[in-house]
Design a binder for this molecule. Structure first.
Ligand code: SF4
Ligand code: SF4
Length: 150
């Protein structure tokens, strides 16, 4: 039997999607390209002094929950703090049509399968993408997801 080759760790490479899609307090608003995003090895012109939120950010591709890098998938996903026991996934389209693509459809089904047994909500700035938490009404206002117990 041949020895299996080690799988490469997911890495950002030339992605930089999170430097556009997410708001960072004191730096930029959501959906705007960061003024510090200039290309080069890390993309950021203040990489060594970047905000803690940037340094600690890991999208679902980096954690292994999503298999396709955001710039190729057209959708970026991050898991944020739960609402009670309900898992919360913030998903944003970063390429036009990303949320309607077949590739995202497959990843969304895979994510939902991985959360089987848990209640969850997937939401974007446009509204709720998917949820099995039926006792909750979800409202999206700007960058915020509001949960109202039904
Ligand atoms: S969206 Fe994910 S893969 Fe892309 S640069 Fe940000 S952390 Fe890296
Ligand atoms: S400060 Fe740097 S790491 Fe943070 S969003 Fe801007 S370009 Fe990205």
């Amino acid at each position: 039997m041949k020895r299996a080759l080690p799988l490469a760790e997911p890495s950002c490479g030339s992605c930089n999607v999170c430097c556009v899609e997410y708001g960072i307090d004191g730096v930029k608003r959501a959906g705007e390209r960061c003024q510090h995003l200039v290309g080069g090895e890390h993309g950021c012109d203040r990489y060594d002094t970047r905000p803690r939120a940037c340094a600690e950010y890991r999208c679902a591709y980096l954690t292994g929950a999503v298999r396709v890098r955001p710039d190729a998938l057209g959708v970026v996903v991050r898991e944020t703090a739960p609402v009670g026991a309900i898992r919360v996934l913030h998903v944003e389209e970063c390429v036009p049509g990303g949320l309607q693509s077949w590739a995202w459809c497959k990843e969304r089904s895979r994510l939902a399968g991985a959360m089987r047994g848990s209640e969850y909500v997937m939401w974007s700035r446009r509204g709720v993408v998917s949820s099995n938490a039926t006792r909750v009404q979800w409202h999206v206002t700007g960058e915020t997801l509001l949960a109202v117990m039904a």
